[in-house]
Design a protein around this ligand. Structure first.
Ligand code: PGA
Length: 231
């Protein structure tokens, strides 16, 4: 199982970073990945030095270096010791207008730099109502290679407290797996109460936003995964 923390644009200063990193580590069956903002990656690396917790970024650019003010490249990330990168999160698609072309370029460059890519896909509430989930997913993963990990994150479930029914999530995950032979995670309002319901499904892990900002609760989920699920 792969358990990924997406801190998004939090916390607002470095003092809280170490506190957020006081968490249960992974083991041979459970990989734990923390994705803090770029600014805190070095601090996190230092703090996690002796722990079985991997480092990831929340995004990366489509070039290795050059005149691209404000960007962070996958080469920089891998040089820093980052192993994972989230690409195509719905918030990036929504607020930064990242389209499938941009996302594809970012995925390619990250893979070239040996980063493990977690590509986020998922339908909106409206698409769900119109029963277009599978059509949307198919489009979002078109041309994506096996090496990429997919996170199924229905947009209506992200940050809403309205997590996707586990059976429904499993169906979407199964659809993705049929299209591309890879690991598929679920994300969207995962918390201590509902995390277990995804563990007995054919789902390879969880991408966790809000609850990853509560180290005790995030640790509880990791402990559950470690005790309930062994690959
Ligand atoms: P959430 O976020 O757990 O707060 O819903 C998940 C995500 O956006 O990756």
């Amino acid at each position: 199982m792969l358990i990924v923390a997406n801190w998004k644009c939090n916390p607002i200063n470095t003092k809280k970073v170490n506190h957020l990193l006081e968490i249960e580590e992974g083991n041979q069956d459970t990989e734990v990945v923390i994705c803090p903002p770029f600014l805190y990656l070095s601090q996190a690396k230092e703090k996690l030095r002796n722990k079985d917790i991997k480092l990831g970024a929340q995004d990366s650019f489509w070039e290795d270096s050059g005149s691209y003010t404000g960007e962070v490249s996958p080469l920089m990330l891998s040089n820093l010791g980052c192993e994972y990168v989230i690409i195509g999160h719905s918030e990036r698609r929504k607020y930064f207008e990242e389209d499938s072309n941009i996302i594809k370029q970012k995925v390619e460059k990250a893979l070239e730099n040996d980063l493990k890519v977690i590509l986020c896909v998922g339908e909106t509430e409206e698409e769900k109502k119109k029963e277009k989930t599978f059509t949307v997913l198919k489009k979002q993963i078109k041309g994506i290679k096996k090496k990429v990990i997919i996170a199924y994150e229905p947009l209506w479930a992200i940050g809403s407290g309205n997590n996707c029914n586990p059976d429904q999530a499993e169906k979407a995950v199964a659809f993705i797996k049929k299209e591309i032979d890879t690991k598929v995670l679920y994300g969207g309002s995962v918390n201590v109460k509902n995390a277990s319901s995804y563990l007995n499904k054919d789902i390879d892990g969880l991408l966790i936003g809000r609850t990853s900002l509560k180290p005790d609760q995030f640790s509880t989920i990791i402990k559950k995964v470690k005790s309930e699920k062994q690959d």
